[in-house]
Design a protein around this ligand. Structure first.
Ligand code: CTP
Length: 416
């Protein structure tokens, strides 16, 4: 898995203390990995398990992974005043229930307090975040009682995370699987991210384009898409609604981001044009091929044995960023455009020239050959005021910094 766009940077959850509650369900096996990922991201984790959860995974495993004794009972006398349900909830920055069974959701709705985990949830102070990751059979999930209960826990202040679709432990296929540990980790990281783009809509292009020569060959480049995917993720975590138009890359879609896959520059432009009216921020990170073969052959071009190479003519591709920057939406300030510049030398001069040429308020320069495919980079932000350096860091961190820089530059009327 790509370590930049999806996995958190070590430190994403630095200083955060998570109370991880496990209730009864086969998905408990995923909670072991979730615990490990939370800790890898810098959090400390206190695990609490219901009696039913202990039927699926042992507290020994969860203790070994969390490095703390697991708390199982409201009668656990290890806290001095014998009130684990008060202290463990108060100590946590966030309570995450994963998996959260149908029964446990019903217990939350009723405000039950006859075992430690529901007691702790009931005793949590107002404003203490409670995230729940439902996990159950598809019929149980679809049942009106469960849907009613989920709506009620959300109305009572919990954040109900989605469920996955697919094969279930019972052999059936449908909605109700617990989200994967990486997805849950992203949801927790997103919870703590400053919401500098709350209410904003962000459209991002990412990756290379592929310009067909014939059905089996084409022209492309080394762009991995990592920077664009990292920006899409950071924008989503910052509270924006994000759509990603991606060229051919092998990267998982960041949680909560909608993705449109395209191949060629013309397809990318078409997808951008179609969706642009709904968006207020456009970030063009894609390494769009400047030229394409004038004609793509319908069938594979064969060698004819003469040693002659086939003649090939090229035409210029549309400039997606420049096209977008010319729209009335961008010209009247309703759309904030951010371009990238992949240069090989004279970064500042080339980036400034490109910003003026493409008529965008912000252009982000980087040295292309030094960054393509890598997990880290250094950026130079160029705008009408001058330059801002974002020194060498992971693309994940740079994306978070860039999102903050974009938010800072939005016209006052549009900022969150
Ligand atoms: N871009 C685009 N459509 C193109 C070419 C570039 O949208 N056909 C966008 C890129 O996504 C990036 C910016 O324009 O945000 C600059 O891309 P870059 O490749 O650095 O510059 P070019 O415009 O191709 O100019 P040159 O190759 O001459 O440096």
């Amino acid at each position: 898995m790509d370590s930049c766009s999806v996995m958190p940077a070590a430190g994403d959850l630095q200083g955060r203390h998570i109370l991880l509650g496990l209730t009864g369900g086969v998905a408990c096996y995923k909670s072991a990995e979730l615990c490990r990922l939370l800790i890898k991201a810098g959090a400390t984790v206190q695990v609490m398990m219901t009696e039913a959860a202990c039927q699926f995974i042992t507290p020994v495993t969860m203790q070994a992974l969390s490095g703390r004794p697991v708390v199982l009972s409201q009668w656990d006398a290890r806290t001095a005043d014998n009130m684990p349900h008060i202290h463990l909830g108060r100590d946590a920055d966030l309570i995450l229930l994963a998996p959260c069974s149908a029964d446990f959701i019903a217990r939350l709705v009723q405000g039950r307090a006859d075992e430690l985990l529901s007691l702790t949830c009931l005793a949590r102070p107002a404003g203490k975040p409670l995230l729940i990751a439902p996990a159950m059979n598809r019929e149980m999930y679809a049942h009106p009682a469960t849907q009613r209960n989920l709506a009620q826990v959300a109305a009572d202040g919990a954040q109900v995370l989605g469920v996955g679709h697919g094969d279930q432990a019972c052999g059936e296929v449908g909605d109700g699987r617990m989200l994967e540990p990486e997805q849950l980790l992203q949801a927790v990281v997103a919870w703590f991210s400053p919401k500098v783009l709350a209410g904003q809509q962000v459209l991002v292009t990412a990756g290379p384009t592929f310009e067909a020569i014939d059905p089996v060959r084409g022209i492309t480049n080394h762009s991995s898409g990592k920077m664009g995917f990292a920006i899409a993720r950071a924008a989503q975590e910052a509270g924006a609604t994000v759509k990603l138009v991606a060229g051919p890359v092998h990267l998982p879609t960041p949680e909560g981001v909608t993705r449109i896959d395209v191949q060629s520059a013309r397809q990318m432009l078409e997808a951008v044009r179609l969706h642009l009216p709904e968006y207020g921020i456009f970030v063009a990170t894609a390494a769009v091929a400047d030229w394409r073969p004038a004609e793509a052959a319908e069938h594979k071009i064969k060698k004819d044995g003469s040693g002659q190479v086939p003649a090939m003519a090229f035409v210029e591709n549309p400039d997606i960023l420049a096209t977008v920057a010319q729209t009335p939406q961008a010209q009247n300030g309703a759309l904030f455009c951010v371009g990238f510049a992949a240069e090989s030398q004279d970064l500042e001069a080339n980036a400034q020239a490109k910003r003026v040429r493409k008529q965008v308020p912000l252009l982000v320069g980087n040295i292309g050959p030094a960054t393509f495919g890598k997990d880290d980079n250094a950026l130079l932000l160029v705008d009408a005021e001058g330059t801002t350096e974002l020194p060498h860091a992971s693309k994940r961190v740079l994306a978070q910094q860039l999102v903050a820089e974009i938010a800072r530059r939005l016209p006052d009327t549009r900022s969150a």
